[in-house]
Design a protein around this ligand. Structure first.
Ligand code: ZN
Length: 295
């Protein structure tokens, strides 16, 4: 599932390539991805609109259009956006052969000026497309209920600590609660907890101040690292040109079950951690962690 670093990577590419572009038409083979308005209205309202500004709010990509409308895209579990010339098909990298091949899961297409097409591809159909009045987006779902964006400037330690005090429950579950911090999912929560040396089942109300501080620093560090490596391509995620990210090469615990713990030294600096990465179920999801150095 795309998390913040993946959506940030795509948004940055969209900003570079589509600012000022005009939408000529939109066609969806799966109109059920469109929420809040009909497919007919979406097509009618998009025609001739210019993309004036592009931004990200948590895992939502916002394309602010001329005429006071905002096109909001959410990639769900397996969604991706692919930009390509109209005479070609959107291509993705085959993870085994590393060769490009046509994307097989295109559900909708935005036709742009200069003969460009932006594909909305989504194998499992959990993606979402909204078109809303720009003036209302902050007061309405899906944007209204989102928690703090950990990549934003507003994500300060005092704010994090204050919000954390209002929460109860297992830290792994709280980290993935989109109304607390928006955009963290299974991959990055595992990596963050490993970085912060916190056991996934620790209750947030039991975290000591140094642990809360370590957690805050780890969130920032791991997400920034994820953006630097252009996201994690372990199954469905590709960037706007169908290229893979490379954070999967830097995963330390996520899906590393049975491997030796990669931590180079213990808290006392007395040599490498002797633990083995384990997997367990937490709130219906898998947590990967090292039982020796995550307490
Ligand atoms: Zn360890």
């Amino acid at each position: 599932m795309p998390e913040l670093p993946e959506v940030e990577t795509i948004t940055n590419e969209l900003k570079r390539t589509l600012k000022g572009a005009a939408i000529e038409d939109a066609k969806f083979s799966r109109p059920k991805l469109i929420k809040g308005i009909s497919y007919t209205t979406l097509r009618k309202d998009l025609k001739g609109k210019k993309i004036q500004k592009i931004e990200r709010r948590a895992k939502y990509i916002l394309l602010h259009l001329s005429g006071g409308k905002t096109l909001i895209l959410h990639l769900g579990m397996t969604g991706r956006l692919l930009l390509h010339p109209q005479k070609e098909k959107g291509q993705v990298t085959n993870l085994k052969t590393k060769k490009k091949e046509p994307d097989r899961f295109v559900r909708g297409q935005f036709f742009l000026n200069k003969n460009r097409v932006l594909d909305f591809s989504d194998l499992r159909l959990f993606g979402r497309v909204y078109l809303m009045d720009t003036a209302n987006i902050a007061q309405k779902d899906p944007i209204k209920k989102l928690g703090i964006d950990p990549l934003s400037k507003n994500f300060t330690y005092p704010l994090f600590a204050q919000q954390l005090r209002k929460r109860k429950g297992k830290v792994k579950v709280v980290l993935m609660d989109q109304t607390f911090l928006a955009g963290i999912g299974n991959i990055y929560s595992d990596e963050i907890l490993f970085e912060a040396r916190i056991y996934p089942l620790t209750l947030v109300q039991a975290l000591k101040p140094p642990q809360a501080k370590a957690l805050y620093s780890a969130i920032k560090k791991i997400l920034k690292k994820g953006v630097r490596y252009r996201g994690t391509s372990d199954s469905d995620y590709f960037d706007l040109r169908g290229n893979i990210g490379s954070f999967q090469k830097h995963l330390r615990v996520y899906r590393q079950t049975g491997r030796p713990c990669p931590r180079p030294s213990t808290t006392l600096g007395t040599g490498p951690c002797k633990g083995t990465v384990k997997r367990m179920k937490v709130g219906g999801r898998s947590a990967h962690f090292c039982p020796s150095c995550q307490k």
